[in-house]
Write a protein that binds this ligand. Structure first.
Ligand SMILES: [Zn+2]
Length: 105
């Protein structure tokens, strides 16, 4: 997966298409991402303990990494990236549109 925690991504499929958010968590084994403010689910809860409030909880649900694109700050949109190996052998992600490096945060 080319997307890492704290990346800003743009959603390209589903109900939240066009939304942007920060990646809160990645699940590499399942290719899922948790993106801030995207893919809310409503969970109806009952008060379990005394003093606890029941009601509807809104919570982000993990979504498939193939539904998002990394946002290039230079292009200001979601773009495809390729991996470039730098001279010191470290890997960097490069925007396929403008060639700009997209740093990990
Ligand atoms: Zn770009």
């Amino acid at each position: 997966m080319r997307i890492a925690k704290n990346d800003i991504v743009e959603v390209i499929a589903g109900n939240d298409r066009g939304k942007r958010g920060k990646v809160l968590k990645v699940f590499p084994e399942t290719n899922l991402l948790l993106v801030e403010g995207v893919n809310f689910i409503h969970r109806h809860t009952r008060p379990r303990k005394q003093g606890e409030q029941g009601g509807i909880i809104e919570k982000e649900a993990p979504m498939n990494a193939s539904n998002v694109l990394l946002v290039c700050t230079k292009c200001n949109r979601g773009v495809r990236v390729r991996t470039k190996v730098l001279t010191d052998k470290s890997k960097s992600r490069v925007c396929t549109q403008c060639g700009e490096m997209i740093e990990r945060r």
